[in-house]
Structure formats: C-alpha cells, structure tokens
Design a protein around this ligand. Structure first.
Ligand SMILES: Cc1cc2nc3c(=O)[nH]c(=O)nc-3n(C[C@H](O)[C@H](O)[C@H](O)COP(=O)(O)OP(=O)(O)OC[C@H]3O[C@@H](n4cnc5c(N)ncnc54)[C@H](O)[C@@H]3O)c2cc1C
Length: 502
C-alpha cells in the first residue's frame, strides 16, 4: 500500500511490483487533475560519477544530521540513477537520452567533483513523471486509486501497521496492507501551523502544487515516528501574494544584461548578493533581529527600474537548466506572469513610482495590514535609507565592483531609468525536507530507533537532506530510496498478523 502518487510513490510502486507484490497506490488528487511536485519539477537528478567522492560531499553537506551508513548508501544507490531512468524510458518507448545539467551546488565542498546532475533530454519533471507513470500503468499488479486521501494509519495493539483509513468521495474507507504501508505524500509546504512551528522565520512560502499538506507527516507522528530534518527546506527568494494560492519562482532570475535590480530589507538596506538565488538563499532572509524582536528581511523588496521591467520576459516562471519551464503550479491556476510585468502592476503586486523617494513612500504605506501581502513586523522604511542604498549600489555598478557583497561586475547595472518598481520577496521554494526518520531499508523508525513494523516512507517526506539541500537531490533520493523501499516492503512476510520489527 502506497499513500501518495508523486515520483516517490511511482518508483516504490514499480520496485515493489517488480519484486512480486500487488500494489495499491492512493492519490488524493482526482484523475486528470493530478499535480505533484515531481511533475512540475525541473526533472534534474543527481547521479554521481564516483561513490567515495559522493559520500564525502553528502557528509560535508549534512554535517552530523545524517550518519555515515546512510550517506554511503545514498552515494552508492544514487550513482545508479542515470542508467535506471534511461532503462525505464526505453522500456516504455520514450527517448532514453540523458543530458548533463550541472555539477555540485556547493563546488567548494570535499568530493564535489563526483557530483553530476542529469535530466531526460526530452523534457523536465513532467516528462520524468510521465515515464514513471507509463511504467506504473504497464504493470498489471499496480492499482491506482485517485481521489483517495489517506488520513490515518491503522495499527495493532503492539504498533504493527495494518493499513490505512482514507477519505474517498466523502466516505471513509479502510484498506488493509498485507505486507507494508509506504508513506509518499510529500512535504508540509501548505500546512501553515507545521511551517510556523518547524521552519525558522516566517511566513515561508512554496511554489509547488498545494496537495502537500503534511498528511503523511501527521500519520507518521501519530504512529510514533521519530522526526528528522524538520527545520530544513529548499527555498530561494521569490514572490507570494495574499490573494494567490501559490508562490512564484525567481530561482533562475539572472536578467543579464538587464541587471538593474537589487534587494533591500524593510529598513531599505541591502544584505547579500542578489544574483545568487540557490536552494539555500532563504538563509539570508530568516535573520531574526534580537534587538527589535522582528525578522526585518521577511519580506524584503526586489527593487528595479524601467529597463528591467521591459526586458521582455516575466520576473517569474524560470527556465530549468535543460530549458523547460519550472514552477508550473501558478500555471496550473491559469496564471502566466506578463512579459512586461504590466498585469502584476495592475493587480497591485508590483508598486510603481517616479522617484526612489516616492517608491520608499509606497513601500512604507504598505508596511502594515493590507490586502496584498501579510506583514509580520511593524518596521517602517525611511525614504533616505532606500535613496542611500540605491545611490551606493549605482556607484558600485558604475565602478564595476561591489565591495560589500561581491556581486559580479557583469551583473551590476545602475537603476537609472525611471519609473522605479518594488515587490515583496520572501523565502519561497519548492519543498520542505523534514519528516519521519528512516533506516537503510526505508523503514520508518520510532523515537528509540526501532522500526515501526510494516511502515516505510519515501521522497521529500522525511528526506535525507538535513543541514542543507543540494540541487538535484530530492529526485535523486526518491529514485534511489524508492527502489530500496519498494523492494524491502515487498519482502515483508504476507499477513498482517505476523510479528516483525520490535
Ligand atoms: C517547481 C519545482 C521544481 C523542482 N525541481 C527539482 C529538480 O529539478 N530536481 C530535484 O531533485 N528536485 C526538484 N524539486 C523537488 C522535487 O520535485 C520534490 O522534492 C520531489 O518530486 C518530491 O517527490 P514526492 O513523490 O516525495 O512528492 P510529490 O511529487 O509532491 O508527490 C506527493 C503526492 O502525494 C499526494 N498526497 C499528499 N497527501 C496525500 C494523502 N493524504 N493521500 C493521498 N495522496 C496524498 C500529493 O497529492 C502528491 O501527488 C522541485 C520541486 C518543485 C515544486
């Protein structure tokens, strides 16, 4: 029994079926309207070229949040990903070509040379998921149940997981899992209370589909799971507005040669190199000021001039490294950011003014309760601060040198052409990483490190990424640990009455 049909659910289903199990997959979305993080993703996955280096790299990324045994397994199993994806594509008649997209996100860390990220040449995450989906449908022993939302695990008196209670068409159904139950419901990107409690700073926004409401996390907690990496998420900075359900992705925002933009905090001061918007860029934003008791960078402001507004491409809707559109959850809601940002100015998402001082005034008048965004602080921007920051930045741009934050000369251009614009930017990203801790077989562990009998997990729900996330890592993990969890779960003895684990 698998709960959640994203990439993790699909790979575990394929592995379990190939190991001889009959598989039922529950997916809360209705058939035909199924969006998950996997199918809107960039489709880029790590497949290291050498395992010892990959082990050292993951260790350096994770610090003490993950043990050596798990890091070694990650290095070994993810290095099979490239061939695995090519083989799956070939098996359903899709082009098997895989292209190299990037190296390690942190090239200075030990072992980074071993890390390579890849994607199907034929497309982004939509194509990857379509290949997985075709492989699932080609296996008669897998049954997909759409419109069925897992709500509770059913356990025996001594903790063995017997199956799942789910909601389908408003009715509660109970489904028995003869061998095992695998939670693959994604993260808690759209559970406000969980985010407020586990993620530092806030609000924190996401740009994937809204189905990931932490359901698997709650089910695992109720079954006694230990949790790990709850404070971890991959987030860039991007836009989010009160009257729109998902965030907007600015991840690959490098409008060269129109680089006349910067980011300032609520006081009007720059605080980092704005052109570096990787998966950990949110760290610059979650700063808590112990003197004022506020997070003065949530939100911060993206400030730009007329030449950037007219650059001919939307601020959001970035292209993946292999060219395809990512962050497509907004598109799912029928929203396409306008090429000249005019629609967003009309909606009041982007503020506009003839001078920088007037722009500061516009920002200041929005710093408080309003219809467009949620302000957690009551800081008010002084016009002189913003005017000063822009003057300094423009001087750096003219000299081709940013002595404060080291922004590259080629990406420095003065904000010189009025009118000027501002929009709020927040920690916005693809997904959370935290959830139930698991072992080398994919089994969910309890608070004492013992497996909860017949309970497994896969994917971004309780991912291996603790201290920091490295690009291409989530898909790499679900491919690798999906194979492991699916095989292991299929190997459980049949019959819920038998005793396993503890
Ligand atoms: C725009 C975007 C771009 C990304 N690009 C990349 C990339 O290039 N490389 C990379 O490695 N990672 C990328 N990521 C992250 C990666 O896509 C995800 O972490 C990964 O796909 C998660 O897979 P999953 O199967 O765990 O979750 P998902 O793919 O989100 O699937 C979870 C499924 O569970 C369902 N579900 C939830 N609750 C229930 C319930 N109670 N009952 C039944 N079903 C339920 C959901 O509806 C969903 O279909 C990106 C993410 C986004 C949003």
């Amino acid at each position: 029994m698998i709960v959640g049909y994203g990439g993790a659910g699909a790979v575990t289903a394929i592995a379990a079926a190939d190991a001889g199990a009959n598989v039922v997959v529950l997916e809360k979305n209705p058939a035909g309207r199924h969006f998950c993080n996997t199918n809107v993703s960039g489709g880029i996955f790590i497949s290291p070229t050498e395992t010892e280096g990959a082990f050292r790299y993951l260790k350096a990324c994770m610090g003490d949040t993950v043990g050596d045994e798990m890091c070694r397994l990650w290095a070994q199993e993810t290095s099979l990903n490239k061939d695995y994806v090519a083989d799956l594509a070939r098996s359903v008649g899709e082009p098997p070509q895989i292209i190299r997209c990037a190296g390690a996100e942190f090239p200075g860390l030990p072992g980074a040379a071993a890390i390579s990220s890849w994607a199907l040449a034929a497309g982004t995450g939509g194509k990857l998921f379509s290949v997985l989906d075709q492989c699932v449908r080609a296996r008669a022993s897998i049954r997909l149940e759409y419109g069925a939302s897992g709500r509770r695990l059913v356990q025996s008196a001594d903790g063995e997981v017997l199956g799942v209670r789910a909601l389908r068409n408003g009715a509660v159904i109970s489904i028995r899992a003869r061998r095992a139950t695998i939670l693959a419901t994604g993260g808690y990107e759209y559970h406000e209370q969980l985010k407020a409690n586990f993620l530092h700073g806030g609000p924190r926004y996401f740009y994937g589909p809204e189905g990931n409401t932490g359901d698997g996390l709650l089910m695992a907690m109720a079954a006694g799971a230990d949790l790990w990496h709850m404070n971890a998420a991959s987030q860039h900075y991007g836009m989010a507005y009160k009257n729109f359900p998902v965030g907007f992705n600015l991840a690959n925002f490098r409008p060269f040669p129109r680089s006349s933009y910067l980011v300032v905090d609520q006081h009007g001061r720059r605080f980092f190199d704005e052109t570096r918007n990787g998966h950990s860029a949110y760290s610059h934003f979650v700063f808590f000021d112990p003197e004022s008791g506020a997070c003065p960078r949530i939100p911060a402001y993206l400030i730009f001039d007329e030449s950037l507004r007219l650059m001919g491409r939307p601020l959001s809707a970035s292209k993946g490294l292999n060219g395809g559109l990512i962050g497509a959850a907004a598109a799912k809601h029928g929203y396409f950011w306008s090429d000249d940002q005019s629609r967003e100015i009309e909606r009041g998402w982007i503020m506009k003014a003839d001078t920088i001082a007037q722009l500061a005034q516009a920002i200041r008048s929005r710093q408080g309760p309003n219809d467009v965004v949620i302000y957690p602080n009551n800081i008010r921007m002084a016009a002189e601060a913003l005017v000063g920051s822009i003057a300094t930045f423009n001087e750096y741009a003219r000299q081709g040198n940013d002595p404060e934050f080291g922004r590259q000369a080629a990406l420095l251009e003065p904000l010189a052409t009025p009118p000027f614009y501002a929009t709020e930017v927040w920690p916005v990203g693809p997904n959370t990483q935290g959830g139930p801790r698991f072992d080398t077989r994919g089994r969910v562990l309890d608070a004492y490190g013992e497996p909860i009998p017949r309970l497994y997990k896969c994917g971004e729900l309780g991912s291996i990424y603790g201290r920091c996330y490295t690009g291409g890592g989530n898909l790499a993990e679900l491919l690798a640990f999906g194979r492991i969890a699916g095989r292991s779960a299929a190997g459980e003895p049949s019959g819920a009455a038998s005793r396993v684990g503890r």
